[in-house]
Design a protein around this ligand. Structure first.
Ligand SMILES: [Zn+2]
Length: 298
């Protein structure tokens, strides 16, 4: 009799363990989120101070693309209509204070147009940024925004050789898709249109990964209406608990880590030299640490 009970229990446990094997649905961002927000701001002028404080107040992370050779100076930019706009840039010795909770990224040392200069000059623009920004912050710099948004395939390829992992253009997509080519990263929209896309993104309910990518310049917020709209945007999206507010570099690193994961029919393996990643299984959200694998239902 005891023997039958043991066999019965063994059979039950086989069924249970089969049931426990989940199926793979999709990758997610950390903690099971599928939505992300990137706020990418160019030039590093002193109006960044107030913008970074607005982000801090709302638990949002910004990515600030700086022109390293202009740090601490004031310079005039001649305009097409004959006017000159004077810009004051953030001081060198305060980067880690102003951008304490935010990503610091490159934007070309002297803000030259990358499609109008030689390959050597493009490399010089980026390598100077990397050298100066690294030495001032002791941080790894892996993101950039193209000055004037100007780029092409050969410029993008050239910049990869410097260790930069993403490059942002100004070609708005008005969509929330994660791009395939991280060096030709087209944003969702300029911040002047940000409220048009707020509700559609808050209401978006999709299983696959998306990103709301906003770009702009803090010096444009001299216009009070524009600033008030940004405050409204940050206050509303900052309250959203299912959107990952993240620096462009951290997002890129996470996506690259997903690309390293081995997905087989019966097993998912996160390589031991990779970062933790999160996946949606039929049984729920699972964090897969480096070196960990999970068996899937056949
Ligand atoms: Zn710029």
């Amino acid at each position: 009799m005891n023997r039958y009970i043991i066999i019965f229990i063994a059979l039950i446990s086989v069924f249970v363990s089969c049931d426990e094997k989940p199926s793979f649905i999709d990758f997610t961002y950390p903690d099971g989120n599928t939505k992300a927000l990137v706020l990418s701001y160019d030039d590093g002028t002193i109006q960044d101070i107030e913008l970074a404080q607005l982000f801090d107040k709302n638990d949002l992370v910004g990515t600030f693309n700086l022109n390293s050779m202009y740090l601490g100076v004031t310079r005039g930019w001649p305009q097409q209509n004959g006017d000159t706009i004077y810009q004051r840039y953030v001081p060198k010795d305060s980067l880690l204070i102003i951008y304490k909770n935010h990503e610091i990224a490159a934007h070309g040392a002297l803000h030259k147009n990358f499609t109008g200069i030689s390959s050597d000059d493009v490399l010089e623009e980026i390598n100077t940024d990397l050298k100066i920004l690294k030495s001032l912050t002791n941080r790894e710099i892996i993101s950039m925004a193209y000055p004037f948004g100007s780029t092409n395939d050969s410029v993008a390829k050239l910049i990869v050789s410097t260790g930069i992992k993403n490059g942002r253009t100004v070609d708005d997509t008005y969509a929330f898709d994660v791009p395939k080519n991280y060096m030709m990263w087209h944003p969702t929209c300029h911040d002047s249109k940000v409220l048009d896309f707020l509700n559609p993104y808050l209401e978006l309910n999709e299983q696959h990964l998306s990103v709301f990518y906003v770009w702009g310049h803090s010096w444009e917020f001299g216009n009070e209406d524009r600033w008030n709209n940004m405050v409204r945007f940050c206050e509303r999206i900052g309250k959203s608990k299912d959107i990952w507010s993240v620096g462009h570099g951290q997002l890129t690193n996470y996506l690259l880590a997903i690309n390293n994961v081995q997905v087989e029919e019966q097993k998912i393996t996160n390589p031991s030299d990779n970062s933790p990643i999160w996946i949606q299984l039929s049984s729920g959200i699972k964090k897969l640490n480096p070196g960990e694998s999970i068996s899937l239902i056949q």
